[in-house]
Design a protein around this ligand. Structure first.
Ligand code: MN
Length: 193
């Protein structure tokens, strides 16, 4: 029996255009993420990790199980916090105040987040997380990494694996990162606080 299933997207496959094409969504969600789900379901039996939540598996595992569970958790958090493109898309309420007090302005936060995403060498993820002292932190995670293994509460992530942007932006990772702000579902991000 399969413990994990591919999540359903909270938007239609073409809803993120022109930022992210339907073709990319079909490959990224339907092929890449599905493969991580299939791999984890095949690896779990006999591992001693059966029945745990995805978060617990990520905290306790290593090797192939960690890589596949981490990629499922990361992609679920990525896709679930995206929406159709909106001009002047920005956080509201408590998260807006926290970002402004910590980074100076939303624009300064965006600049640092994009810079960390652009300079991550190879495949990985750039994250905004909440630390236990209440501070917001931006971190780079290689491959399947997730900030929760460092005791942080992950809030927002942009996937910087090439499969996330190559069809639409080719090698222009910085252009992908700057376009992503139009499609962040900030209400979902704030709920993770
Ligand atoms: Mn991906």
């Amino acid at each position: 029996m399969n413990q994990f299933e591919l999540i359903q997207l909270p938007f239609e496959p073409n809803a993120l255009e022109p930022v992210i094409s339907q073709k990319t969504i079909e490959l990224h969600h339907g092929k890449h993420l599905q493969t991580y789900v299939n791999n984890l379901n095949n690896l779990l039996p006999g591992s001693g990790l059966e029945g745990l939540s995805l978060e617990e598996i990520v905290k306790r595992s290593s090797g192939g199980i960690f890589n596949n569970a981490g990629q499922i958790l990361n992609h679920n958090m990525y896709f679930q916090a995206l929406r159709n493109p909106t001009e002047n898309n920005a956080p509201q309420g408590k998260l807006k105040s926290m970002i402004e007090s910590q980074f100076g302005s939303f624009e300064a936060f965006q600049k640092e987040f994009q810079q960390k995403g652009a300079t991550l060498f190879g495949s990985g993820w750039v994250w905004l997380s909440l630390a236990q002292d209440g501070q917001l932190v931006i971190t780079q995670e290689s491959n399947a990494g997730n900030p929760l293994t460092s005791g942080l509460t992950p809030l927002l992530t942009f996937d910087v694996w090439e499969h996330a942007y190559y069809v639409d932006f080719q090698n222009r990772r910085p252009d992908y990162l700057s376009a992503m702000w139009k499609i962040v579902a900030w209400d979902v991000v704030e709920q993770r606080l």
